[in-house]
Design a protein around this ligand. Structure first.
Ligand code: C2E
Ligand code: MG
Ligand code: MG
Ligand code: MG
Length: 284
């Protein structure tokens, strides 16, 4: 009886693995077409000044409008894009599209900078100082209005080559941010070695900020370290007014999260920017 069940389980297991593999292969074929068929779309989420509530920038967040599977979030296809190398052309397209969009918003009078996530794989797939310079030239976005978001993991893989790669962006005048800060590696020495301007504190530390004193202590430590290194700080995943208040008291200058706005298609963000009126933080 037991043996029987075991075999059934095994069969079930292999067939679901098989299914998974098929889905991945289909997704890969679909992703190869996605860019040419205009299925990729960039959403934008506002970055907000903690005290004044003013919008200072937007983060570009990729979406895939799949013809049959619906809207696919980036966590479900960026890894595939990295494995297949498709992140090369996709990444350049994102930069060109978003620089052009933010330049247009700036021309309409919105003082915004642009923050774009990049993947370490892009280093060998066409993203370098020359191609970025070309994109900035084509789109007329000032270099100092662009931030590239990188993850901690990227700074640990062959760090010498990575330093040279990132340094070249800095030389153009572009800024660099570390995304999801605090989730990656415990070694902080890279903060001194890499030309970083901004830390984005991961949502994980913000979520229970008002409930969990340990999280508050951790965030406080991150903030005081960032201040002593003269780094700008953005807290991710701010969903409540209480979190905003604590983050202000802890000294975090910038916020991002559903409390202010969700990521939106460009056309929606445009209307949102026009109707938004900043709410100054009320200090109790
Ligand atoms: P990320 O760069 O850390 O982006 C922030 C994520 O947090 C976004 O998820 C955003 O929708 C979500 N978020 C923002 N505010 C809140 C909040 O208040 N509460 C909660 N629960 N979530 C919030 P999204 O758009 O699904 O993106 C996930 C990740 O995919 C990004 O994390 C980034 O690592 C990656 N990604 C997105 N776009 C790109 C891209 O163009 N290129 C690359 N290489 N990676 C990208
Ligand atoms: Mg990011
Ligand atoms: Mg993040
Ligand atoms: Mg993330």
């Amino acid at each position: 009886q037991a043996k029987q069940t075991g075999r059934n389980c095994f069969r079930f297991f292999t067939s679901s693995l098989q299914e998974h593999a098929n889905t991945l292969m289909e997704m890969e074929q679909d992703l190869r077409l996605a860019l040419d068929q205009n299925q990729l779309e960039v959403f934008y989420q506002p970055l907000v000044r903690t005290l004044s509530g003013k919008i200072t920038g937007v983060e570009a967040l990729l979406r895939w409008r799949h013809p049959t599977r619906g809207m696919i979030p980036p966590d479900q296809f960026i890894p595939l894009a990295e494995d297949t190398g498709l992140i090369g052309p996709i990444g350049l397209w994102i930069l060109e599209t978003t620089c052009r969009q933010v330049k247009a918003w700036r021309d309409q009078g919105h003082q915004l900078y642009l923050s774009v996530n990049i993947s370490g794989r892009q280093r060998d797939l066409g993203l370098d100082a020359e191609s970025l310079q070309q994109i900035l030239h084509n789109t007329e976005l000032p270099a100092d209005q662009l931030v590239l978001e990188i993850t901690e993991g990227m700074l640990l893989d062959d760090s010498d080559e990575t330093i040279v790669w990132l340094r070249a962006f800095k030389d153009l005048g572009v800024h660099l941010a570390i995304d999801d800060f605090g989730t990656g590696y415990s070694s902080l020495s890279y903060l001194k070695r890499f030309p970083i301007d901004t830390l984005k504190i991961d949502r994980e530390f913000i979520r229970d900020l008002t409930l969990d004193n340990e999280d508050a202590l951790l965030v406080e430590a991150i903030i005081s370290m960032a201040h002593s290194l003269k780094l700008r700080l953005i807290a991710e995943g701010v969903e409540t007014a209480e979190q905003r208040c604590i983050l202000y008291q802890l000294g975090c200058g910038y916020l991002q999260g559903f409390h202010f706005a969700r990521p939106m298609p460009a056309i929606e963000l445009q209307d949102w920017l026009v109707s938004y009126s900043p709410q100054r933080l009320q200090l109790g």
